[in-house]
Write a protein that binds this ligand. Structure first.
Ligand SMILES: NC(=O)c1ccc[n+]([C@@H]2O[C@H](COP(=O)([O-])OP(=O)(O)OC[C@H]3O[C@@H](n4cnc5c(N)ncnc54)[C@H](O)[C@@H]3O)[C@@H](O)[C@H]2O)c1
Length: 352
């Protein structure tokens, strides 16, 4: 938001959040609050043990564990999960994990019109948004549907203790990117900007400590608090060039989601900086650096983020096609970016 008088429209999303060490024990109470009696627990194979633990705590309220979530919610995986939920007569689901498990929960919620409770174990932020995504042969489709916004979110920092340091760092930068783009979104608003500033401050303070001392519950809790705020920013606003590029690079070129966010963010902020004085000013304070682009680069280095897109698998020969794809569909961004500008940005980000 730039200048006075303020000009904005703001609509609060329903948001029920429980956050504390040990909060996973609250999942049965959260299902009871929603009147759910037959819950399916979802996770990736890697989080199956935690999903089983949640299922055990749910007791007779649980109709099964489906630990087959995979990245980017392939349509076939969504169909299988929906079929499992339907066959079990599920009246809701609990998604335990990162964006992949929560994305699968959203697919079930959307198809069967049942609520989803999210128990996040990464910092990606999907739990705070009404955004769904499904990947079919034609690529990844996304959309907004209030029915997929989790009806309850249980944040337990103890569940993030075994998220490897390298993954934690880039996952946190993925969250931070939501806040950065919320600051210059066309539907930015003062409340969301406050959440963005606090989210960036919390993550910038916490992530180096998380990486240096992954077992620190204090650092984990602070990172999760920041991730919550940044996820709420993502849910409340329209993302710009940065998210568009990450979507294209992940969906069409197979680059890893969180690491791509981590590498690209300083490049996109540098590109947008001339047209976003308000965002730059907020980020100066939140990152504690007069030059927020430099601040982001330093944070990336401190958490061991990869240097360039090349290290993530993007080939120089892919750059033109990626730039064309990104420029083909319109998206909100404070500074217009056509294929030529996007190509230049991607080339700069290729080697870091
Ligand atoms: N719809 C939205 O609003 C939204 C928002 C953010 C991300 N996303 C989507 O989410 C996906 C990325 O999510 P992500 O970055 O959370 O990755 P993820 O969910 O794919 O998790 C990455 C890996 O880490 C493992 N893992 C998760 N938590 C762990 C823990 N605590 N300890 C050890 N391992 C753990 C998982 O089993 C998985 O193998 C992408 O598909 C992205 O598009 C969607």
């Amino acid at each position: 938001m730039d200048g006075w008088p303020p000009r904005f429209a703001y609509e609060a999303l329903p948001m029920r959040v429980v956050m504390r060490p040990g909060a996973v024990a609250e999942v049965p109470a959260e299902t009871d609050r929603l009147g759910l009696r037959r819950v399916l627990v979802l996770s990736t194979p890697g989080r199956a043990a935690t999903a089983e633990r949640v299922a055990g705590a749910l007791g007779e309220r649980c109709v099964g564990v489906h630990a087959d979530a995979v990245a980017h919610v392939p349509a076939a995986a969504a169909r299988t999960a929906v079929g499992t939920a339907r066959d079990a007569g599920a009246d809701g689901c609990v998604a335990v994990g990162g964006g992949s498990a929560i994305g699968l929960g959203k697919a079930v919620a959307r198809e069967l019109d049942v609520p989803v409770i999210a128990v996040p174990t990464t910092y990606a932020g999907s739990e705070m948004t009404p955004v769904w995504g499904i990947t079919g042969e034609e690529g990844k489709r996304t959309g907004r549907d209030p029915r997929v916004l989790p009806a309850g979110v249980v944040y337990d920092p103890e569940l993030t203790l075994d998220l490897p340091p390298g993954v934690s760092g880039v996952s946190g930068l993925n969250a931070l990117a939501h806040a950065v783009e919320a600051l210059y979104a066309p539907d930015a608003s003062p409340i969301v900007s406050l959440m963005a500033a606090e989210g960036v401050r919390a993550l910038a303070g916490a992530l180096p400590s998380v990486v240096a001392d992954p077992g620190s519950l204090e650092a984990r809790g602070r990172a999760q608090y920041g991730a919550w705020l940044c996820g709420a920013c993502l849910g409340a606003t329209t993302m710009g060039l940065h998210h568009k590029l990450c979507h294209v690079l992940g969906g069409s070129f197979g680059l890893p989601h969180a690491a791509t966010h981590a590498v690209l963010l300083p490049h996109v902020l540098a590109y947008n900086a001339p047209e976003t004085p308000y965002a730059m000013n907020v980020l100066r304070g939140a990152l504690g650096d007069d030059d927020p682009v430099r601040g982001l680069r330093a944070l990336g280095a401190a958490v061991g983020a990869p240097a360039g897109l090349g290290a993530l698998g993007l080939r120089r020969a892919d750059v033109d096609a990626a730039a064309r794809e990104a420029a083909a569909a319109p998206y909100a961004n404070p500074r217009p970016a056509g294929a030529v500008e996007v190509r230049e940005l991607l080339l700069a980000a290729l080697d870091g």
